[in-house]
Design a protein around this ligand. Structure first.
Ligand code: ADP
Length: 395
């Protein structure tokens, strides 16, 4: 069975074509700058990268170009070979606790929760429609970033605010990155040689966006992002948790609208805000090496926030078997892993300096006598999307 896993953003479309159930990647790539000048189409097939710069006006054009290239490059002989399209959808609200085959009702439900993810859900829907038109024989499956966290209990997902906010407007913690947290926690169980039901794992997904998840018996019991992806730990450009009164205070001081301040918390805070230099971890670590004080503050602040969440989740889980680092920074930045784990000494959790040099590989990075195993585990959201698409199509 061939599955194409798709992540359709507002101006980009990432894809991976997989041969299932073997989980072999046949081709992968991204189309960027859709609707802008000089759009870029990149595809990797047979380890051979191929790149084109051309005008791609709409998401529909992007999908058509991608499908046409899959045939002309010989990745598939015929588009009929693609059995199903798996779509990453950011927000499933409270409606979806699992992936689902897309029909008109599901499309409407995704649209209905667009208020909760105004930048993402409409773009995801546009991608779904474009594939429906281009590949009418292939059903679509929606895989939600929020679904994995629907197992949280009310004590975890409710905010302590007027209850009507939840009843009337759905104000609660939803959590994101669920597909990644699920994949990594499953891999951790395999590496531990246990069934997921018998494991307690803390997953730290640290990329540009970043969140932690406490996973008990294979289920999310708490996560650091909240009603929106702004909450939790400091990220590339997002603040993570702050005192909400700051929003009104800065709006008054700077004569700004509340939405402008929220925008700054989303796009000008985190690494970028504190360092004043960059949102990219590599730039920051270069600056740290030069002794740049604000960059040191930025990476240390994030590490403290992550360690604090790990402490809280360690208690919530009543101890844990593994702490797993994933995504761009978690998988690669040994320096960040060290800063975080250095704060966990009270739990007797320790890093092996040599092993921790691992970058982008599945590696046990803790010492032998560490009370909890610490792993670096590259995430793989595409394979999770493909697995769900295959599972639902078979039903
Ligand atoms: P997202 O998918 O949320 O956009 P990623 O998971 O791709 O983000 O993570 C991007 C971050 O990962 C950037 O800050 C980047 O600097 C960092 N990163 C990627 N590769 C490395 C590396 N080899 N060493 C350190 N940081 C890295």
């Amino acid at each position: 069975m061939k599955v194409i896993a798709v992540n359709a953003g507002s101006s980009s479309l990432k894809f991976q074509l997989l041969d299932m159930p073997k989980e072999i990647v046949l081709a992968s790539g991204v189309i960027e700058r859709i609707g802008l000048k000089d759009s870029i189409f990149s595809i990797k097939f047979n380890d051979d990268p191929h790149k084109e710069i051309k005008q791609i006006e709409t998401p529909k054009d992007a999908v058509n170009l991608l499908l046409e290239r899959l045939v002309s490059l010989g990745v598939v002989q015929d588009l009929e070979e693609i059995d199903v399209v798996g779509h990453r959808v950011v927000h499933g609200g409270e409606k979806f606790s699992d992936s689902v085959i897309i029909d008109d009702e599901v499309m409407k439900a995704i649209k209905d929760v667009s208020d909760l993810a105004p930048l993402h859900n409409p773009a995801n829907l546009t991608g779904i429609k474009a594939f429906n038109e281009a590949l009418p024989h292939a059903p679509g499956v929606a895989v939600f970033d929020t679904a994995f966290h629907q197992t949280m209990g009310p004590v975890e997902y409710m905010y302590s605010v007027p209850y009507e906010w939840y009843k009337k407007y759905g104000v609660r913690k939803y959590g994101f990155h669920g597909t990644s947290h699920k994949y990594v926690s499953l891999r951790a169980a395999e590496l531990l040689g246990k069934k997921p039901e018998d494991t307690k794992v803390i997953v730290c997904h640290i990329g540009n966006g970043a969140s932690l998840c406490a996973v008990k018996g294979g289920k999310s019991i708490d996560t650091s992002m909240g009603f929106t992806p702004l909450a939790g730990i400091a990220m590339g450009t997002r603040s993570g948790d702050i005192d909400p009164a700051i929003v009104q205070y800065i709006a008054d001081k700077e004569n700004k609208h509340l939405d402008e301040v929220i925008e700054e918390l989303n796009t000008k805070s985190g690494y970028l805000g504190l360092s004043g230099l960059s949102s990219d971890s590599r730039d920051l670590w270069d600056a740290v090496a030069r002794g740049d004080k604000k960059s040191i503050l930025a990476v240390e602040k994030q590490a403290k926030m992550i360690a604090d969440y790990i402490g809280a989740y360690y208690l919530a889980l009543e101890g844990c078997d593994a702490i797993c680092f994933t995504a761009g920074i978690g998988e690669n930045a040994s320096e960040t892993r060290k800063l975080i784990v250095d704060r966990l000494g009270a739990l007797n959790i320790n890093l092996d300096v040599e092993r921790n040099l691992a970058r982008g590989t599945e590696t046990l990075v803790s010492t032998k006598d560490s009370s909890v195993k610490v792993y670096s585990i590259p995430t793989n959201e595409e394979v999770m999307i493909a697995r769900d698409a295959q599972r639902l199509l078979k039903k």
